[in-house]
Design a protein around this ligand. Structure first.
Ligand SMILES: Cc1ncc(COP(=O)(O)O)c(C=O)c1O
Length: 386
């Protein structure tokens, strides 16, 4: 049989019906410890921080979806990032994209920098910016594509070629695209990171994270750090993420379809100054989107006409889109990056990135697209009356 398609993997990867009862989904294995037949010789698992059957099923599934050899699940996306950054030591340097999630920026600047690990932030939508920033002590390249919230793209193949030539691992935070739309390991990345809180779980009821790699040595180190640092998810959360993954492909299909339609309608609306969406032909990197991604994604950022008060009014007038942080769930969400998700960035950094007072980010959910449009239209109309 030829290798299964992504949709099939998402439903079946890493799980066979259990041999005793035939359960088609894994059991939620809550036991924290496992009886050993002989001292120091566990069957498979000994203690649930080190490994757990439900987590193992999720980890194998994550590896399979990203085309990697090993997957590691964590208690949050930030826990995954923290664990990965502990592969570095004092004096090491990271080149990071400049438009990364605010919490990732905070992790670099306020947690890792005091430990002697420095990061510089550059616009990786231009691969030559990476070349210019590399130093002898650079030990990791870190990028998000599409970025959050400006939805800029980075050319994974070009950047991983540059990093690989110097023997520097490259990590791609694939949270926004999900493996349905983009598979960074196939394009030369060494590690993929996810906030599984978002599309992979997809139902806004789990905070989780993941790392996936095919690099054997790095996998060994990550396995050690996952256990030693201990930021692991609960078996129940692992089960829920796995359940979410079973419908990932169909969910993404609808997210992309509706976001594309709304982006096109918003781009024509007189109350909208600018739309950022990689699937639009006017996006500056639309060609790269066509090459690197299987669709423009489910997130749209837009700049409203007017000022902060217009944006506030718009967000408060929305009825179907909940005013909330996060993204990638079945329900549509709207947020104001400058006041919410990216408030931890210094104002100068926000200004440099273009995260202004009228920027709004939408996570397009699975509601009917015409209902979503009606909601956006009425809120745009109300935003005018400030
Ligand atoms: C792109 C991206 N990476 C990482 C994270 C951090 O994930 P978590 O909130 O699960 O810790 C987020 C959270 O919003 C994110 O958007």
């Amino acid at each position: 049989m030829t290798e299964a398609h992504f949709e099939t993997l998402a439903v079946h990867a890493a799980y066979e019906p259990d041999p005793i009862h035939g359960g088609v989904m894994p059991a939620i294995s809550l036991s924290t410890t496992f009886a050993q037949p002989e001292p120091g010789k566990p069957k498979t698992f000994d203690y649930s921080r080190s490994g757990n059957p439900t987590r193992a099923a999720l980890e194998a599934c994550l590896a399979s979806l990203e085309g990697g050899a090993r997957g590691f699940a964590f208690a949050s996306g930030c826990a995954a990032a923290t664990t990965l950054l502990h592969t570095l030591g004092p004096g090491d340097h990271v080149v990071s994209g400049d438009d990364v999630y605010g919490g990732t920026y905070r992790l670099f600047e306020r947690v890792m920098r005091p430990l002697g690990i420095r990061a510089s932030f550059v616009d990786l939508s231009d691969p030559s910016a990476l070349e210019a920033e590399l130093r002898p002590e650079t030990k990791l390249v870190w990028l998000e594509t599409p970025t959050n919230p400006m939805l800029k793209l980075a050319d994974i193949q070009a950047l991983s070629g540059i990093a690989r030539a110097r023997g520097i691992p490259l990590v791609v935070d694939n949270t926004f695209a999900s493996p349905v739309l983009q598979r960074p390991l196939e394009l030369g990345a060494n590690v993929v990171l996810h906030s599984t809180t978002k599309y992979l779980n997809g139902h806004s009821d789990v905070v989780g994270g993941a790392l996936i790699t095919s690099d054997v040595q790095l996998a060994e180190r990550l396995a050690f750090l996952q256990n030693a640092i201990g930021a692991v998810p609960s078996p129940l959360d692992c089960y829920l993420v796995l359940r979410g993954i079973r419908t990932l492909a169909v969910r993404l299909e609808r997210h992309v379809q509706s976001a594309g339609e709304l982006a096109r309608r918003l781009a024509r609306h007189p109350r909208v100054a600018r739309v950022h969406y990689p699937g639009l032909s006017q996006h500056p990197q639309h060609d790269l989107c066509l090459r690197q991604m299987r669709g423009g994604g489910g997130i749209i950022s837009l700049e409203l006409a007017g000022g902060l008060e217009h944006a506030r009014r718009f967000l408060q007038a929305l009825r179907l889109f909940a005013l909330a942080e996060s993204l990638g769930g079945v329900e549509s969400l709207a947020e104001h990056p400058a006041l919410m998700t990216h408030a931890s960035l210094p104002p100068e950094a926000r200004a440099k990135l273009g995260i202004g007072d009228t920027l709004v980010r939408l996570s397009v959910g699975l509601e009917h697209v015409d209902d979503l449009w009606q909601d956006l239209e009425q809120a745009l109309a109300q935003s005018e009356a400030v």
